[in-house]
Write a protein that binds this ligand. Structure first.
Ligand code: 5RP
Length: 228
């Protein structure tokens, strides 16, 4: 029965629980970052005795996992993960995503790259036709920020340095984030490859080479499974 009264928080909790079906028991699971993943981490704690632990994509997720008694492994201790569970800021009809709203995009891409399957968990507001509505996060080495911003301007984008408490936000990797508006990313694979070549770019928040294998999309009618 559709439940139009569900809040976004309830939708996130619903999809966080649904992701447990994609956690391979007896193995280590890759864990992303963000408010939807926080719901997943709460659900994961209920089966913590059935998994070896997690590889985490951020200091924030690591703290939450540890607080709930889930062992956290360094990504270098693990060759391959069966599944990586993470949210997205946008996902299109091909499973290409924009990520990095939580500033964890570089570690997210690293853990995604060591995982056989990327299970995206999102509420229906994240589904878009063309990537670019959400300001595109780009992690940059601080000395390159202005130059990278000018390079985006040449492509029609407007880049803004992300701030926190009046200072440039510093990522878990000691770098800065540019948020770029005004883009319409119709060729995500080519765009990701190009921007990643720009000197000073650590990671662009387009996840096309590490796209979702499937998306669990929370809607008031229930969780839809979209496969790519
Ligand atoms: C963090 C991310 C998140 O997955 C993305 O921002 C979605 O977050 P939320 O679940 O809070 O909407 O990429 O860097």
């Amino acid at each position: 029965m559709p439940n139009a009264a569900m809040t976004q928080d309830e939708l996130k909790a619903q999809v966080g629980r649904a992701a447990l079906d994609h956690v391979v028991r007896g193995e280590i699971v890759g864990v992303g970052t963000g408010s939807t993943v926080n719901k997943f981490i709460e659900a994961l704690a209920t089966i913590r005795d059935q998994i070896k632990g997690a590889v985490s994509s951020s200091e924030a997720s690591t703290q939450r996992l540890k607080a709930l008694g889930i062992p956290v492994f360094d990504s270098n201790e693990v060759d391959e993960l069966a599944a990586y569970i993470d949210g997205a800021d946008e996902i299109d009809g091909r499973g290409y995503m924009v990520k990095g709203g939580g500033a964890a995009l570089t570690r997210e891409k690293i853990v995604a790259a060591q995982s056989r399957r990327f299970v995206c968990i999102a509420d229906a507001s994240k589904r878009v036709e063309v990537l670019g509505r959400f300001p595109l996060p780009v992690e940059v080495i601080p000395m390159a920020a202005r130059r990278v911003a000018r390079q985006f301007a040449a492509e029609g984008g407007t880049a803004t340095l992300r701030m926190k408490d009046g200072q440039p936000l510093v990522t878990d990797n000691g770098q800065h984030i540019l948020d770029v508006t005004g883009l319409s990313i119709r060729e995500p694979l080519a765009f990701e490859s190009e921007v990643n070549q720009w000197p000073g770019v650590v990671t662009v928040g387009v996840f096309a080479h590490q796209k979702a294998s499937l998306c669990l999309l929370a809607t008031p009618e229930g969780v839809q499974t979209l496969r790519y």
